[in-house]
Design a binder for this molecule. Structure first.
Ligand SMILES: [Zn+2]
Ligand SMILES: [Zn+2]
Ligand SMILES: [Zn+2]
Length: 519
């Protein structure tokens, strides 16, 4: 095995060209102290975080992130990604004290019996749960320190899960990264790949995009994780990256640009087989489509244990070649990725919307919450699993749709009442929320164990289907369309002219024939 960060490692295992790797400036730490000194000036990095990495993995690779080698001109924040050779457990989660007793001692947050953290501060209501609502969390037995089926009745905290890719907490990790070789293409590209699993996979795509004529109109950016669809910097980066960082064109050209660019979100190969990953991708695509309507999700084909590049994979185990970089290292092309096609049931949705508006109008409540209902329902439809059930958090839809959480929860109740969705457990259990005003307790809804909602059959998306990336035609720009129209106009005119000419020729030759006729 080549050592991480070496030329061989980049080229053979991740299909990243050495020039691409050098331009980013990956560098290796060889001792814990080296790591500490290399990261001494990283913004927002705590001593504990630094120490945890240095102590648990004395070697690793630092992955600088940036806007094409520059700091972001407005926010100025970018923090590196770390890839320790050994997976590291950071203690970040030890700050998140929470409790999930079988029976609640009190329902009032002001009460002296209200649960407190290790140094005596009262827990926020969002960290106080009942055991019955935390069954998944209590059952988990994945890493040391998990409850493994035995509940802890008093407040406590857990270690973070071991991670091979680490980010400094804060906004610097949520920004999209742009490789220096890709910056110039952003303003003009017709196709954009958004790597969703960090810089190395992004650089693997950059390598192919640079090496093939097929991709002369393509650019690549990447983000740290598929779960960043709520990132606060999203708007800023989605916008300024594509329209050129240096200049700000007018609204009309921005609109044209958003129409002509095809965006492909690129997760790992398990995106289409694991409900949870696909769910995150669909949320991400919803957010991206608010700016770029032609947004798709494209991933390498799923794992086939024991065959081809999945020779070493075992059925039921974690795939060993899940990333787009593995796919490329095996010799495959981005053009062979599979693109998910999901069609929104527009007609049924509009019908529902119209009927709902009429109902509300009858009761003299024309606009009351209709927008919140429509946003929530369309999000649930788009992000539902293939069995027509929405299994995610409702708060995620609130964040992606930029609605308020309480409005979205209320809308959920009205959607249930009107029959658009059906929850898998009684409503009153789901409904209980913390109300600061009267001090009532419990926010079970939507934490570790959210309820499932089944969509009314007519409101579900038809079954997904897949196409290869190379089968997807490029978008036509406005100029392309005008050029096509002009071309067909010109052809018609030319045709008409020839017709006229032929008739004229006929007439002439007729006359000539007459004239030629001997008198
Ligand atoms: Zn817990
Ligand atoms: Zn716990
Ligand atoms: Zn595999």
């Amino acid at each position: 095995m080549p050592s991480p960060g070496s030329r061989q490692w980049f080229e053979n295992e991740h299909a990243v060209d050495w020039s691409v790797a050098k331009a980013r400036g990956y560098h290796r730490w060889k001792t814990g102290d080296e790591f500490k000194s290399f990261t001494a000036n990283v913004l927002g990095m705590t001593g504990t975080f630094r120490h945890n990495i240095a102590a648990q993995s004395p070697q690793g690779v630092i992955i600088p992130r940036s806007l094409g080698g520059k700091r972001d001109p407005v926010l100025g924040v970018y923090t590196p990604e770390f890839r320790p050779d050994v997976a590291v457990r950071t203690k970040g989660n030890l700050r998140f004290w929470h409790t999930h007793p079988t029976l609640a001692a009190t329902t009032k947050s002001g009460n002296p019996k209200w649960p407190r953290d290790g140094i005596g501060r009262p827990l926020p209501p969002s960290a106080v749960h009942l055991a019955e609502h935390m069954s998944r969390h209590i059952a988990r037995d994945k890493h040391p320190g998990d409850h493994a089926g035995v509940n802890v009745e008093v407040p406590h905290a857990h270690l973070g899960d071991p991670g091979k890719y680490l980010f400094v907490p804060g906004p610097g990790a949520k920004a999209f990264d742009v490789h220096p070789f890709m910056l110039e293409r952003l303003g003009t590209c017709k196709r954009l790949f958004v790597g969703m699993e960090g810089c190395i996979k992004g650089d693997s795509m950059t390598t192919e995009v640079l090496s093939s004529d097929e991709f002369s109109d393509t650019a690549v950016i990447s983000c740290a994780s598929v779960t960043l669809h709520h990132a606060p910097l999203f708007e800023y980066f989605a916008a300024c990256l594509l329209w050129g960082v240096e200049h700000h064109p007018d609204i009309a050209s921005i609109q044209r640009r958003t129409q002509e660019v095809q965006v492909f979100l690129v997760p790992d190969a398990d995106a289409f087989s694991k409900d949870e990953v696909r769910h995150q991708c669909m949320l991400f695509s919803m957010r991206m489509a608010q700016y770029f309507p032609n947004t798709f999700v494209a991933a390498p084909p799923p794992c086939t244990p024991g065959f081809g590049m999945h020779d070493n994979c075992l059925a039921g185990d974690k795939c060993k070649a899940n990333g787009v970089d593995d796919f490329r290292a095996f010799g495959a092309s981005l053009l062979d990725m599979r693109v998910l096609h999901r069609s929104f049931p527009t007609e049924a949705f509009n019908e529902w919307y119209a009927r709902r508006a009429v109902e509300k109008n009858k009761r003299g409540r024309w606009q009351e919450g209709l927008a919140a209902e429509a946003n929530l329902l369309s999000g649930m439809i788009w992000c539902a699993d293939p069995d027509h059930k929405y299994r995610g958090h409702i708060s995620a839809l609130a964040r992606v749709g930029r609605g308020s959480r309480s409005k979205v929860y209320e809308a959920a109740h009205r959607l249930i009442a009107c029959g658009a969705i059906t929850p898998d457990r009684p409503l009153d259990l789901i409904q209980r929320q913390y109300k600061r005003k009267d001090g009532t307790w419990i926010t079970p809804f939507d934490f570790e164990d959210p309820p499932e909602f089944t969509l009314a059959p007519r409101l579900a998306c038809p079954p997904d289907y897949f196409r290869l990336l190379k089968e997807i035609p490029p978008m036509l720009t406005l100029e392309d369309r005008v050029a096509r129209l002009e071309e067909s106009d010109a052809r018609r005119t030319a045709l008409e002219e020839t017709d006229d000419q032929e008739i004229l020729d006929d007439m002439l030759s007729d006359e000539q024939r007459h004239q030629d006729r001997p008198a």
